[in-house]
Each structure stands twice: as structure tokens, then as C-alpha cells.
Design a protein around this ligand. Structure first.
Ligand code: XBP
Ligand code: MG
Length: 239
């Protein structure tokens, strides 16, 4: 029986990677006097690494002008990351990035039919707060029983830790949940936790391999199958 729908945030709820995080990284680099610019294609490759701080470290490994010592690179990433997130928070507060099609409808439908919702993301808490308060208002937390972010789990997707943590906090089994993701790393994380997962492909993952997904869609505009139990609960969602 479906008891909880678990949302990824970046790429799934909104196109935050291309329109938000990438832009914010570039601004943070420029402000720090670094001659680094992540264009759309490069950022797409860098997205193989989850986590903004980790992504910067992976990039620096291949940058001749990056600090040579690992400790220095880590210190630089540590310094840039909060600034990047502050820039990102400003961008989403201005509502420059909207929800992807069908997201609000599906969330509202879950609320109406009593399906618990949760968040499983590798982004920072502050980023979720910024996006969701801009889109849903100051009481956005009422929509979600559990929100697990980067600060809560040390290992990022594709590690299943974030999903295991959500299940534990909800007090439900993997087969009672359904995850929504946009990326192969996210799919892998959900599946490794034993959770069925539907894919709403974001711009960077249009051609990615989503083997093991319950279904793959370009967006959530049309009703999506969330399992038989959802139908029994009277969902407008269908297979
Ligand atoms: C999201 C991420 C995050 C964001 C940036 O992945 O990997 O790193 O790109 O956020 P997912 P931070 O959608 O799979 O959860 O800079 O706060 O890490
Ligand atoms: Mg994502």
C-alpha cells in the first residue's frame, strides 16, 4: 500500500540545476576572482557528482590553476559553497525559477487524498527552504512530514542513505513508498533503498539511461502511476 510519496528537489520539483545552481556557482567564482565558468555542457558532465561542494572538488582535480594541495582545495570549496548557496537563495526568492509542470497538482492531490509527502535531497537545507518558501509560502513545511537534506546524511546520492533516513523517520517500509527523481544518481539511490521510483527527466538527463525506473516521463503534467494502492485511495492518478 502506498503511504508516502518522496520527492527529490533539484531537477524534479524545479529546473534548479540549469537555471539556479549553475548560475550561482559561476557568480561565486567570479566574485572570488576565479577565471572559472561552467557552461551548460560542462555542468551536465559535472552533475555526475552529487553535492555542490563535492562537485567543485571534482572540477578542481582537473584544473591546473586550482590549489595543488587537497586541504587547500577543500578550504576553497568550503569558502565558495555558502556564497554560492546565498546567491542561489536570492535567485529562487525572486521566483525566477518556477515549479515544473504538474508538480503542484500532484502535491495538492496527495494532500487531498491523505498520502504523506517527504523530501529526499542532496542539496543544502537552506536551498530547499529558499525554493519552497518562494513557491509555497512560509508554511511550506506543512506539506511534508519529513525533509532530509545534505546536512542530515554524509553520503550523497547515488548512496541510498538519504532514502533510508526518510523511511526511518516516516516509520514505513520501502514498499510503502514511491520516489520521484530526475537523474540516474537519484534513481540509483531510491532503488538501492528498495523504493520504486518514477522519473521526470530534467533538461540534463533527457538522454540518460533510467533502467530500473517504474516509468519515465518528460514531466508530471499527465497523471502518473504510483501503484495500485493509489488507485484504491481514489487518486486521479492512473497507469
Ligand atoms: C542535487 C545536488 C546538489 C545541487 C546543489 O542532487 O546534487 O548538489 O546540485 O546543491 P539531487 P548544493 O537532485 O539528486 O538531490 O550546492 O547545496 O550541494
Ligand atoms: Mg535531482
Amino acid at each position: 500500500m502506498l503511504r508516502a510519496l518522496i520527492w527529490d528537489v533539484d531537477g524534479t520539483v524545479a529546473e534548479t540545476e540549469s537555471l539556479g545552481h549553475r548560475v550561482a556557482f559561476n557568480q561565486a567564482f567570479a566574485e572570488a576572482g576565479l577565471d572559472w565558468h561552467w557552461d551548460v555542457a560542462l555542468y551536465g558532465r559535472l552533475l555526475q557528482v552529487s553535492g555542490g561542494r563535492e562537485r567543485m572538488l571534482a572540477f578542481m582535480q582537473q584544473q591546473p590553476e586550482a590549489p595543488r594541495e587537497l586541504a587547500e582545495r577543500e578550504a576553497l570549496a568550503q569558502r565558495l559553497h555558502p556564497r554560492k548557496n546565498a546567491i542561489y537563495a536570492d535567485l529562487v526568492a525572486q521566483r525566477r525559477i518556477g515549479l515544473r509542470p504538474g508538480v503542484r497538482r500532484l502535491m495538492d492531490e496527495c494532500t487531498a487524498f491523505g498520502v504523506t509527502q517527504a523530501v529526499a535531497t542532496t542539496t543544502s537545507t537552506r536551498n530547499v527552504e529558499a525554493l519552497f518558501s518562494a513557491q509555497f509560502g512560509p508554511r511550506w513545511q506543512d506539506r511534508f512530514a519529513v525533509v532530509v537534506c545534505a546536512e542530515d546524511v554524509p553520503s550523497k546520492k547515488p548512496d541510498p542513505q538519504v532514502y533510508r533516513c526518510v523511511l526511518q523517520r516516516l516509520g514505513i517500509g520501502a514498499r510503502e513508498a514511491f520516489a520521484l527523481e530526475d537523474s540516474p544518481n537519484g534513481l540509483q539511490a531510491a532503488r538501492a533503498a528498495g523504493i520504486a521510483c518514477g522519473i521526470t527527466r530534467s533538461v540534463y538527463f533527457r538522454d540518460a539511461d533510467f533502467d530500473g525506473a517504474a516509468w519515465v516521463r518528460d514531466d508530471l503534467q499527465r497523471p502518473v502511476p504510483l501503484g495500485l494502492a493509489a488507485l484504491q485511495q481514489g487518486f486521479a492518478l492512473r497507469a
